[in-house]
Design a protein around this ligand. Structure first.
Ligand code: MLT
Length: 421
């Protein structure tokens, strides 16, 4: 009989978003008369059509596959050169950041990349000589769950969280931007603009993280999936804006939330050639080499029509259309944030991020607020407790929706008035 990876059995609960979908489906089954009225502001899934420039390029890509002289079979596993070149130029060099096209690894998204990246790092708990790993709390669950699945943690702890992980609390007191840890850590995950809190990191704060990583020989896994929502030029959009980050950081990027690729799938990871890890024997090894090797063996890359669509995002039309899409969701976020504040709710995020983070009123728990909003308001949000212990007492509203739904969602928030635990 096949032995299973029993680290999976340590996972304390189902993955957050399927769990929410399950509860919403149960509500809809029990209340068929109102099922159609449910507004989903839970998972951050885009609602608007793809930019026209992307549609045209993907159509053209399909047409090319229809003819012998333009047909494409296997492409380079890490992406065609013209796509990597467009990304390096559009997202980095044009902003004064020296990233080479061959440091860009095209993929089907930042979630799969953040998950797969652990394949090139040693597995095991710190007690077994594995990496000491730090995550913010609240946190995008993908970073935690993958480390659990990989055997990098001990069991789930009774109060939440996993043994062996270093949790860095994000609270109203620190604006949900934790400082680097005092204790030694080998790998730290950062996500800014933040999922779930919508918090943004300032340049001085990010510089403290990069300086800390360089001083401690630590690796920063920086998730910049929401960078296109940053509108203040004083705020960093990439960790590589900070000098020295190209020696201690990798960055995950996504086309989901700017280009609307949640269904198409597309993203990339930047692994600078100067970033190193070490063997148990102390030899220093460039992560670029290992990540390249991993791609060559494990993947044949992203499909041709999708790569054509990705390249179109970097054309002048694609850039303008993408900005319009992001502007649309940002206006949704502004409406949601303002409405929460007007109702006397304490609210964060939603200014350079598509997520609005709200303190539950009247001492309610996150799942209690979720239940009230679902059953009385027919509004789905994400309970903060699903993002970690320090998410308890908050909920997240996603701005990814139609304008009409956002305006209706704002009215339905009224069901929280007078609701207490
Ligand atoms: C979220 O809602 O947190 C994200 O959409 C999930 C994801 O991107 O995987």
């Amino acid at each position: 009989m096949a032995l299973v990876n029993d680290h999976y059995l340590k996972l304390a609960a189902g993955y957050l978003f399927p769990e929410i979908a399950r509860r919403v489906a149960a509500f809809a089954d029990a209340n068929p008369a109102v099922a159609k009225e449910v507004i989903r502001c839970g998972i951050g899934d885009v609602t608007e059509p793809l930019p026209p420039a992307v549609i045209a390029a993907m159509h053209a890509g399909v047409e090319e596959l229809a003819h012998r002289d333009t047909f494409r079979g296997y492409g380079p596993a890490t992406g065609y050169d013209f796509v990597r070149e467009a990304i390096a130029e559009g997202d980095f060099r044009s902003r004064g950041i020296a990233i080479a096209p061959d440091e860009v690894f095209l993929s089907d998204g930042s979630k799969p990349d953040a998950s797969a990246f652990l394949e090139i790092l040693a597995a095991g708990t710190p007690a077994e000589g594995g990496n000491r790993i730090a995550v913010c709390d609240p946190v995008y669950p993908v970073y935690v769950d993958n480390n659990v699945m990989q055997g990098n943690t001990g069991p789930a702890l009774p109060g939440g969280g996993y043994e062996g992980l270093t949790y860095l609390p994000g609270t109203p007191g620190n604006g949900f931007v934790p400082e680097p840890p005092a204790q030694p850590v080998d790998v730290a995950y950062l996500c800014f603009p933040n999922n779930p809190t919508g918090a943004v990191i300032t340049r001085p704060q990010l510089k403290r993280w990069v300086d800390w990583a360089l001083a401690n020989d630590a690796l920063l896994c920086y998730d910049a999936a929401y960078e296109s929502y940053v509108r203040d030029p004083a705020l960093p959009r990439s960790v590589f804006e900070i000098p020295g980050a190209d020696r201690c950081a990798v960055e995950f990027r996504s086309f989901s939330k700017n280009g609307g690729f949640t269904g198409v799938r597309g993203g990339y990871t930047v692994v600078p050639k100067a970033v190193e890890g070490r063997t148990r024997g102390g030899e220093r090894v460039p992560l670029h080499r290992l990540w390249m090797r991993r791609w060559a063996t494990c993947s044949n890359g992203v499909s041709w029509p999708v790569q054509r669509g990705i390249a179109a995002l970097y054309t002048p039309e694609g850039v303008a259309q993408t900005k319009a899409l992001v502007d649309f969701y940002m206006e949704n976020a502004r409406i949601l944030r303002q409405a929460c504040a007007a109702r006397g709710l304490r609210v964060w995020g939603g200014e350079h991020a598509p997520y609005v983070w709200v303190a539950c009123p009247g001492g309610m728990g996150s799942w209690d607020a979720f239940d009230v909003l679902l059953t009385k308001g027919r509004l789905v949000v994400t309970p903060g407790a699903g993002f970690g212990r320090h998410g308890e007492g908050f909920f997240r509203i996603s701005a990814f929706n139609s304008r009409a739904n956002v305006e209706e969602a704002v009215r339905r928030l009224a069901v929280l008035e007078g609701a207490t635990r």
